[in-house]
Design a protein around this ligand. Structure first.
Ligand code: SF4
Ligand code: SF4
Length: 203
């Protein structure tokens, strides 16, 4: 079980301030069990966003957000996702990372992922999310350097990558190269202008 909590609604609205036509992705695994991404929470989030003047184009609750294999899998469950200009994921950081990988629109986290509780039952994808408790994976194109860069660098690469492979773990692609190319592809390289300080990284 992965333990997450919903960010304050004002923080979610701030994240979405320039976004509209929002599609919400919940999660019927951990997030539903702890009431941060099941149907009641997704419907409540949709209502609050609409009340705040945002247009919600639809929602879906896959059996597990971290196991969504393709954008078509979302379309199959709710074709309205094709009309989305933004996706809000009510799941753990791994779920946000997976949805970011399959979607071509900005993907935002509604939750902070904090820890494992009890037996994971194979639900956790630890290499994607380090469960930092303050999810800002959107700023990294959905590829979390806290989980995927062995040095957990937040302000760019270490410079040691060789032909795209990590100098610490040559079996893996350099997370920061992946982040750069993902943000370049989505026209959001401006997100890299931000300099992260330690206080912003975790609570
Ligand atoms: S920022 Fe990274 S480590 Fe923290 S909750 Fe999000 S995906 Fe997980
Ligand atoms: S090579 Fe890339 S992934 Fe590896 S430690 Fe350096 S920045 Fe991180």
């Amino acid at each position: 079980m992965i333990i997450s909590s919903v960010k304050p609604f004002e923080e979610i609205l701030k994240l979405l301030k320039d976004e509209d036509d929002i599609f919400i992705v919940g999660c019927n695994a951990c997030a539903a069990k702890i009431h941060v991404g099941g149907e009641p929470e997704v419907l409540e989030m949709s209502r609050r966003l609409e009340d705040a003047g945002k247009h919600v184009v639809g929602w879906v609750i896959p059996s597990a957000a971290c196991s969504v294999g393709s954008f078509d899998a979302l379309v199959e469950k709710n074709p309205a996702v094709k009309n989305a200009k933004t996706i809000l994921v009510m799941a753990c950081g791994s779920g946000v990372s997976i949805i970011s990988a399959v979607a071509n629109v900005p993907v935002y986290p509604s939750n902070n992922t904090e820890s494992l509780g009890g037996k994971s039952l194979g639900e956790v994808v630890p290499e994607l999310c380090a469960m930092c408790g303050n999810c800002n994976v959107y700023y990294f194109g959905g590829i979390c350097p806290k989980g995927q860069c062995p040095k957990q660098l937040l302000n760019g690469p270490c410079g040691g990558a060789i032909e795209g492979k990590c100098e610490v773990d040559p079996e893996k692609d350099c997370a920061w190269e992946l982040i750069y190319y993902k943000l370049e592809k989505s026209g959001r390289l401006d997100l890299l202008d931000r300099i992260w300080i330690a206080e912003e990284v975790t609570k």
